[in-house]
Design a protein around this ligand. Structure first.
Ligand code: SAM
Ligand code: SF4
Length: 352
């Protein structure tokens, strides 16, 4: 089994059959070898640096109905909120003071934020903080909107493909289309965004073949960023009684992502930290190199509830930043507060 890990390290990919076999026979020794090689790749590409992104969860309204997500439109128990452009700018100011040079603006799919409103907001943030990068994570929109927001100054876009299995995707997204999601990712790349794709691990009904398909898809898409987190149930969703994805399975997929795409930025996700208190540190040790402390105002934190027991919903932004810095240092890494563009973007000199 270790030979397959060595082959992956040397070639940057395996055939789907080989990967399915590896995932199906992952004993402790193989896992250790995988983690060791993934860490080596990360060090070769990014050294011991961990990039910090300030996350602003600006709206919990969503018109979609993803079966797993606490923000789904059908969750009548959810408390909804929207931050005004002024409040979002205020979060950026606080974040900038704390040293952040990337702001990630994330929300449910909320058309209340029109293209014009978002474009103005992006221009305002950029004019006040020209040396900061703006990452959007607002879901599916028209190509014209993506284009205008890019021209207004947005640099990056996170939109997980969620699962590369058409069957599984369709069963989890009653209001969405598998092909359209992928089309959006292609469009974003073509426009010039640094793009983040990614998926959840441990979704009900997910097989090792599905996970192998996720790696194959990522290899062909070649995104700048890859978000991988465990599925965690939320009580007020149709999957409220389902089992969460496991820590080990998620770490394996993070390590594989590092070996498949050495130049990608890979966050140690909040979902991993919610599953296990040391989850994010473990992810950093097997190939992840980004963390996203929360900059949202305290009074909305608990309302952005994607899944049960989400961490860091009670801490001030400064506390979150400080806590993560200590954790990163203790895990043997160093914090980089710069923009932290992906090596792929730097290499191809896209949108500086
Ligand atoms: N609405 C946008 C979208 O879907 O792309 C951005 C916000 S959405 C809340 C961000 C990510 O949260 C999704 O891509 C999904 O992978 C993750 N997520 C949602 N529900 C989750 C759950 N129950 N467990 C783990 N991750 C979840
Ligand atoms: Fe909405 Fe995104 Fe949650 Fe789906 S994952 S329900 S699009 S917020």
């Amino acid at each position: 089994m270790k030979q397959l890990v060595h082959k992956l390290y040397a070639r940057g990919e395996l055939s789907k059959d080989e990967l399915v076999y590896l995932l199906g026979h992952m004993d402790i020794e193989t896992r250790k070898e995988l983690y060791r090689f993934a860490r080596m790749r990360r060090e070769q590409a990014y050294g011991d640096k961990v990039y910090m992104r300030g996350l602003i969860e600006f709206s919990s309204y969503c018109r979609q109905n993803c079966l797993y997500c606490g923000l789904r439109a059908g969750n009548r128990a959810a408390e909804r909120y929207r931050l005004s452009p002024r409040e979002i700018l205020e979060c950026c100011r606080e974040g900038y003071e704390l040293g952040f040079r990337t702001f990630v603006l994330q929300s449910g799919e909320d058309p209340w934020y029109t293209t014009d409103l978002l474009a103005t907001l992006i221009r305002d943030i950029k004019s006040e903080f020209p040396d900061a990068a703006i990452t959007l994570s607002i879901g599916e929109r028209e190509e014209g909107t993506y284009r205008l927001l890019f021209e207004s100054g947005a640099d990056r876009f996170l939109m997980r493909h969620e699962t590369a299995s058409r069957r599984l995707y369709q069963s989890l997204h009653p209001s969405m289309s598998f092909d359209h999601r992928r089309q959006c990712l292609e469009t974003l790349l073509a426009i010039g965004y640094q793009v983040g794709a990614g998926f959840m691990v441990g979704l009900p009904g997910q097989t090792v073949e599905d996970l192998a398909e996720d790696m194959k898809y990522l290899k062909s898409l070649n995104p700048d960023m890859i978000g991988i987190g465990p599925f965690i149930p939320h009580d007020h969703t149709p999957l409220g009684d389902a089992k969460a994805g496991s820590l080990e399975d998620t770490l394996v997929m993070v390590a594989l992502a590092r070996l498949y795409l050495p130049h990608a930025l890979i966050p140690a996700t909040t979902a991993l930290g919610s599953l296990n208190p040391e989850g994010r540190e473990m992810a950093l040790k097997v190939g992840a190199n980004v963390v996203m402390p929360n900059l949202s105002p305290i009074f909305v934190r608990k309302k952005y509830a994607l899944y049960n027991n989400k961490i860091c919903t009670g801490d001030e932004s400064a506390q979150c930043r400080h806590c993560l810095e200590l954790r990163i240092g203790a895990a043997g890494f160093s914090v980089d507060m710069g923009r932290g563009d992906s090596l792929k973007a730097v290499g191809t000199r896209r949108h500086a």
